[in-house]
Design a protein around this ligand. Sequence first.
Ligand SMILES: NC(=O)C1=CN([C@@H]2O[C@H](COP(=O)(O)OP(=O)(O)OC[C@H]3O[C@@H](n4cnc5c(N)ncnc54)[C@H](O)[C@@H]3O)[C@@H](O)[C@H]2O)C=CC1
Ligand SMILES: NCC(=O)COP(=O)(O)O
Length: 314
Amino acid sequence: MKPRIAVTLGDPAGVGPEIVARLCAHAPTLELAELIVVGQRRLLEAGARSCGLPAPAVEVVEVGQLLKITPGLPSPASGKLAGGFVEKALELVQAGEAAAMATAPISKEALQAAGYSDTGHTTLLARRTGTERPVMMLAGERLKVVLVTIHKAMRDVPGLLSVEGIVHTAQVTHDSLERYWGIAAPRLAVCGLNPHAGEHGLFGDEEERIIAPAVEELRAAGVDAVGPLPPDTVFWRATRGHFDTVVCMYHDQGLIPLKLLHFEDGVNVSLGLPIIRTSVDHGTAYDLAGTGQANPASMIAAVRMAAQMAMAGD
Ligand SMILES: NC(=O)C1=CN([C@@H]2O[C@H](COP(=O)(O)OP(=O)(O)OC[C@H]3O[C@@H](n4cnc5c(N)ncnc54)[C@H](O)[C@@H]3O)[C@@H](O)[C@H]2O)C=CC1
Ligand SMILES: NCC(=O)COP(=O)(O)O
């Protein structure tokens, strides 16, 4: 049986309704998964019209009031709807009405303007599921990265790194690679923080104080982790097949190489939650909203990955 995937419309002022409309018209994905769109039919149909598509023939779970939304103009109202779509999709998965959720992009700023305290889907879902430390993975065919710190100011990153945090991130990644990707003994590369991984303390000591002890602890626990490795070459090595995933110390360390290779079809996967959640790797693209030009490939890849994970996790 095809897994049912709850697909949120994202921030309705962004490209979410358009990429979800294109997803609903993508026959190969409809063969793999049954879609339940979580949002509003009128927003989905407006998205379809922008793309020159007929109204999608898909189940829609209606959420929220009919508010005036202008494509390209985020607002507290668009943030409120976006947050409501995510919460409803979570409820559907928790109730067993969907096997997984796949989310279109939201704006963190609009979400917070609507009164949410969260810095995105990941923290919202963690808060709602009582998950202390979720792990963000960005995945493409050629590269997978996970982040030890996520949406944090650069100046705060060194102080937020800890042996425990790195071990947790790598262990959750290891277990998820086994469970959902069927990799028997995942090989993890652990990045340094500083240029040349600190070069033995010449440019910072986080490698010697924090990252190397974390790698030692992981290896003692039977995880095939190596590092701290120089961040400027580790991604190149990963794309040559040396590692299954690169453990990165901060957001842009992992997302710059990932998006260079996979901006169009990369998938954001939340690991360590009690549910399966995938997402696009790109943002709300307000500059394209309402034009019908947004590429749906990442949305399609997110749904396909959610379906595959749901089948693997059964
Ligand atoms: N999964 C999510 O919910 C994500 C949400 N965001 C949020 O999105 C908002 C906007 O972020 P930005 O940094 O401007 O990044 P963005 O990804 O929205 O836009 C960056 C550039 O990529 C283009 N682009 C994005 N998606 C595209 C698509 N599907 N097809 C063609 N071109 C596309 C845009 O037109 C723009 O030129 C922020 O609030 C950010 O936090 C960002 C990443 C992921
Ligand atoms: N850079 C990833 C991103 O911004 C998405 O965050 P989230 O909404 O998946 O928590």
